[in-house]
Design a protein around this ligand. Structure first.
Ligand code: ADP
Length: 268
């Protein structure tokens, strides 16, 4: 059996075929031994291709029997396959933004891809700031808590500054993330509010950087992938809204977080 593996900074994603469908699985990057056990226990004759930052490390644990490929190539290859299945109409000129532990931005044009930028603000920022500000360590719990949060208790909107006067830009835009200091001093926000505000800040930064890249590279669509969207509808919603406000078309691929693993699988 051929197996594609994307060993990232936080999560290891795998993809393999069974009866013409691709099956996916996720492991923690902190227990690479689990991946090795899974491979040898589940498959009789595994043929493996690995990509991602931890590919060297994982390859050594697999006795160097695996092939490795460059992450950006694998990801764009996987993405093309998923887009072909899900968005046939998408033109071959788009950006894809991989919101993993960190965020990286790529331009794809006629099968060629180029990394054009990125930001350290990503899924890892959520994990770290959530821990520092609320003590929550568990991912499922932080996204669940965030879903009940109210950013109105932490974030300053343009209309909060203009207080009734007509603002020159939409009053609903965020003027300052975590900028509602006076009101936070009067009443300390709840963990849910703080978590929602962290996710809001991350989403808005990612769109600000990505949409400017989209203008620079003259593309209409931004394809967002990465495990940071997993069980996190709030992040998706913020990115969806902000991308549209920036005049670009957001695309969220189903199974997009497995693009690297799919690309590795296709390289075999
Ligand atoms: P990488 O390839 O860098 O590991 P991913 O695309 O896998 O990046 O995304 C990692 C991010 O996904 C984490 O920073 C976190 O925000 C989010 N995430 C989703 N599910 C989990 C989970 N079960 N455990 C930890 N983080 C998760």
């Amino acid at each position: 059996t051929k197996i594609g593996i994307d060993a990232g900074g936080t999560l290891v994603k795998t993809a393999y075929r069974k009866n013409e469908t691709i099956l996916y699985q996720t492991f923690s990057s902190y227990n690479l031994g689990d991946v090795v056990s899974w491979v040898y226990e589940s498959f009789e004759n595994p043929i493996i291709c690995i990509t991602g930052g931890k590919s060297q490390l994982l390859s050594e644990k697999l006795n160097d029997s695996a092939k490795t490929v460059v992450e950006f190539e694998a990801t764009s290859r996987g993405i093309q396959l998923l887009i072909g299945e899900q968005y046939e109409s998408l033109k071959t000129n788009f950006l894809f933004v991989n919101v993993g532990t960190g965020t990286s931005i790529h331009h794809v044009n006629d099968m060629e891809q180029q990394r054009v930028g990125g930001t350290g603000i990503g899924g890892g920022t959520l994990m770290g700031l959530a821990y520092l500000l609320t003590g929550v360590e568990d991912y499922a719990r932080m996204v669940q808590l965030a879903s009940n949060g109210d950013r109105g208790n932490t974030d300053l909107k343009v209309k909060d500054i203009f207080e009734g006067a007509l603002p020159p830009i939409s009053g609903d835009l965020t003027a300052s993330n975590f900028g509602k200091r006076e009101s936070m001093i009067a009443q300390y926000p709840s963990a849910s509010d703080i978590l929602a505000a962290i996710i809001g800040m991350i989403g808005e930064v990612i769109v600000t950087v990505s949409s400017q890249m989209a203008v620079q590279y003259n593309v209409d669509s931004i394809v967002y992938i990465g495990s940071s969207f997993r069980s996190n509808p709030l992040l998706r919603e913020i990115i969806d809204d902000y991308t549209r406000i920036a005049g670009k078309e957001p695309v969220f691929l189903k199974d997009g977080e497995y693009s690297g693993a799919v690309g590795a699988l296709l390289s075999l």
